[in-house]
Design a protein around this ligand. Sequence first.
Ligand code: ATP
Length: 466
Amino acid sequence: MAAQNMDQLVSLCKRRGFIFGGSEIYGGLQGTFDYGPLGVELKNNLKKLWWQHNVYERDDMEGIDCAILMNRRVWQYSGHEETFVDPLVDCKTCKGRFRADKLQDGTCLKHPKMHPGECEGELTEPRAFNMMFKTAVGPLADPESFAYLRPETAQGIFVNFKNVVDSTNRKIPFGIAQIGKSFRNEITPRNFIFRVREFEQMEIEYFVRPGEDEAVHEQWIEDHVNFWVNEVGLKRENLNLYEVPAAELAHYSKRTVDLMYKFPIGWEELEGIANRTDYDLGSHSREQSKLGLTATVKENEHSTEKLTYFDQPNNKHIVPYVIEPSAGVDRGVLAALCEAYDEETLENGEVRTVLRLKPSLSPIKVAVLPLKKNADEIVTLAKRIKNELQASGEMRSVYDDSAGIGKLYRRQDEIGTPFCVTVDFDSLGRGDDVSQKDTVTIRDRDTMQQHRIPIAELATYVRSRI
Ligand code: ATP
């Protein structure tokens, strides 16, 4: 049985050290979460898979890692200062503040079982609320020091477009990938790590000639459906493509297709794949109007860098069009957890919780367990095996002797460890069957099947399956 509601996941994540509420000991800070020992491994594994798929396995991609704090002008000319807003309403009775287009996500402060609008409280007319976090850079809080924390990683890529072209000699079509933190002062953060105020994004800006954008957009949509299915292990039937209606498109978008995942809270966005046209590079370039290109920008107001591209085959300067696949790391982690969560009733009637994560995502690849924790030689051998597996740098391994073997297996099932290795007297050549010397039992998380394997073959066996 898969996860039926978010509470099951929240409880597992807290109990086993995947994810904790932010600033918990001081009552928390709404919309922030901390990744614990297992969560950080899972999250890093997802980011690694994404980078591998989008950067290393292609020959038309570069990576970048930009500053979170950026000059305020970036956000003025990107359009975010004016348009990165959500509609906010106040309740005149309970004094709560809610997102007008997501009242279902809000809770009346007087009647916690009701959504705003369902109770007697009267709501104000919606007004625009800008979601960017403000800060001051430097010791003086004057207008010059005013800055925003970035609400998307994309702008760092746009403002470095020329740097990357000049330093790598890339020709379009090509793309730049970035993984990093973004911040949005969401009106109603909720649903665990689904909607938070500090999160990570995995974004690509892929630059093409105008006219080639629509076909390339389709390719990225198909490629990223395949990524979530084949690499992350989401079931295809749990993914849907949502064509964002024209009235809901972001200010820069010609077309956006949202990749929706069937979370326990319903179908919600996991990734947005947008055609951002020449909007951003155009806006950042003060040379725009001189070149007679389409975007309407005022001269001298904008960045002094010319973010155009000299298209040699056509012998002219152009502003490339941009296709942007933009996914949330945290929503990716949540989707992977939802998909993997299973409560299985065994033949003996016992229920085991098992996270059927793809082995490549599992925080721990191998748990090495001694059959008897009081037998020194078994413990020594088990620890040696664990250290040798881990020394390869390819597989996080743990040694655990804190409970009986049945309980240890259940613990590893619950955190998604694909393999448990048990060391016993046979491994030492001191059991009933001396031919089993230098072998161990390896147990598969999903089937619970066990078999003997020579210790010398363990690393190769596990490596080939993760
Ligand atoms: P939503 O409609 O859910 O607010 P969005 O359309 O504003 O999302 P984008 O601006 O397209 O989101 O951002 C790209 C991706 O970043 C989203 O698909 C999502 O995975 C992630 N993301 C955006 N906002 C948040 C958030 N507040 N918390 C966690 N992840 C987020």
